[in-house]
Design a protein around this ligand. Sequence first.
Ligand code: GUN
Ligand code: ZN
Length: 481
Amino acid sequence: MAITFEVLEKDIAGRIGRLKAGERTVRTPLLLPVINPHLQPVSPAEMKAMGAEGIITNAYIFSRSGEYRDEALARGLHDLLGFDGLIMTDSGSFQLSVYGDIAITNLETLEFQKAIGSDIHVPLDIPTPPDADRQRASAELDVTMARLREAKEVFGPDAPLAGPVQGGIFEDLRVKAGREAGDLGFSFCPIGAVVPLMESYRYPDLVRVVMAAQRGIPRSSCIHLFGAGHPAMFSLAVAMGCDVFDSAAYALYAKDRRYLTAQGSYRLDELAEFPCACKVCRSHTVQEVRESDDAVRLLSLHNLAVSLAEISHVRQAITEGTLWELVDDRCRSHPQLFRGYRELLNFRESLAREDRVTKHRFFYRGEESCARTEVVLYQDRLSRLPVSGNVLIAMDGITREGYDTVLFFKPPFGPYHPALRETFPIGQSEIPDWDKAMVRQGCRGIARIISSNPGCHFVVYTPPEWYDLVCHELPKTEVQC
Ligand code: GUN
Ligand code: ZN
């Protein structure tokens, strides 16, 4: 059965969706914890009980394991792992990129993944590292695309195949790769080779690469961000359009005695308290965990619980239309993540075309909020606002006689017609005391409406303390206070 994906709700480029693969149906955004059969601190059954709807494991490990190979073939993965949710298998490409050559072909790994009953199979793509030059990235992408084509030809259009998108750090290659994967009929596309970018905190590069791949991949496809495991970045990735994550971070961080939170991570040794509501944190003191022989397992349980909870948090934010607020909050926890957030705001024009028109709330959280998609969308619509004759823009909220049209002002959006007072975003935005950034942004809205109505005469009344700034922003306009 083919992989199908249905979008139910949207915010920015993020979605809540329903992913069907084989007989399994799961909700997205989705976290697939990584299972390593050789060293597994938390069992798949426990994960299911904690709310994990799917898991991912490495088919290459199973195919090379004396212990598991025959059993996996005889019983199937779901039975062997004791997990009846969605199981995705990776091909071993990542081992290829880390350890060099691996002794398996594209068709062999796909055949094996099918034989052990995986719900989503991954071809043997080539994860091109970020330092590869264009020639290498392009040549490796050609190999990856040939393998995707081969997979479709051999296993047919309805096989549950993932179509990984590579291309290194070259945005045009990523766009092309995404488009071709779509043309080949892949409805589930992992964006690959981004782990080194995340490991070295190159979030601005990550944003450019993901946005490029996303531009190429059809919007109806489900997007998986390969190897994205830290919960602090889930909201940012979802805002870019990613639907599925796989996390080894919960176990890798635990092995290093590190404690994940959605705002960053701590070393166990630097914690005095567990700031978390999960079972482990409520039933153990920090000292107990520190001294426990079971510390890795206890930390893994906690790390997984916060990762799954963050996915729920993201879903709730999408439903409310407050994903930007969540991204803003999470990305302030690390300077590089914050730079990634600012890079994403540079894509506001294209993100605005995907964003929904109304939301429950808009909370202003500083100058970054001026660059949000809601501001772009509002100011784009200003050219259609009907005005005539003498127009008063009453930034000070005081209406005056003698004008054909009276508009009020709400920063960072700009002028609004009194009839729109209760509509989004004017009526639903929580704006603190005015600051320079928001007033300047609002003035750009005024400039928009002025330039769209050359036949009208505009007068702007501003509160006295904003007079200089408004005159500076609107040099050709009559400004009074
Ligand atoms: N896991 C992390 N990155 C990758 C990738 O680029 N390809 C595959 N197949 N698995 C991965
Ligand atoms: Zn906890």
